[in-house]
Design a protein around this ligand. Structure first.
Ligand code: SF4
Length: 155
C-alpha cells in the first residue's frame, strides 16, 4: 500500500482502506434505507466516533466549503439531506453507521458479530496510531460542538 509522509494523509488513506474492507464484509446486508437510524433524537442514540473518523468527515466538510452543517429542527443527524432521508456523507460515514446494528437490518447479523469485534479492534489500533492521546470514541454531536466553537480550527 502507498505510504504518505503527511500523517493525516496517511491516516485518511488507512481509514478509507479499512472502511472498504468493512463494507465488503457487510456485502450481504442491507436495510430499508429509510434513514431510521439517522433520526438521532427520536432513537436517543447517535454514532460514536474516534478523532480519525472525524478527520475524514471534516475533510469532506472542507471540500464542500467548510460550512458546518446546521443542527436539524427534527433532531436528525446533521449529515442528512434537507428531506431527512439520505446521508450526504455516505461514503465517509463512521464505523457505527456501517455495521447494520439496527433491528431493521436484513442479513445474518448474529453471525457477523464476531467479525465486527475484530474490525472494532482494528479501528482502535488505527485511531490510537493516529492520535495516541485520543480519549476514545465520542458522540458525533461533540465533534460538531467543538468544530463550531470560536477559535477552533474549521475543517
Ligand atoms: S453520518 Fe450518515 S449514516 Fe450516520 S447517522 Fe449521520 S446521516 Fe445517518
Amino acid at each position: 500500500m502507498r505510504r504518505f509522509t503527511d500523517p493525516a494523509h496517511q491516516a485518511v488513506a488507512d481509514l478509507t482502506a479499512f472502511y472498504a474492507r468493512l463494507d465488503r464484509a457487510h456485502a450481504g446486508f442491507s436495510c430499508p434505507a429509510r434513514a431510521a437510524c439517522c433520526q438521532l433524537s427520536r432513537t436517543g442514540r447517535e454514532p460514536y466516533l474516534w478523532a480519525i473518523e472525524w478527520l475524514l468527515l471534516s475533510r469532506r466538510i472542507g471540500e464542500r466549503g467548510g460550512r458546518i452543517p446546521e443542527a436539524r429542527r427534527d433532531g436528525g443527524c446533521r449529515f442528512l439531506d434537507s428531506a431527512g432521508r439520505r446521508c450526504t456523507v455516505y461514503d465517509v460515514r463512521p464505523f457505527g453507521c456501517r455495521t447494520f446494528g439496527c433491528e431493521l437490518a436484513i442479513g445474518q447479523t448474529r453471525a457477523l458479530r464476531e467479525t465486527v469485534r475484530g474490525f472494532t479492534r482494528e479501528l482502535t489500533a488505527l485511531a490510537e496510531a493516529f492520535d495516541p492521546a485520543d480519549e476514545g470514541p465520542r458522540p458525533l454531536s461533540r465533534f460538531f460542538g467543538e468544530a463550531g466553537r470560536p477559535g477552533k480550527a474549521r475543517p
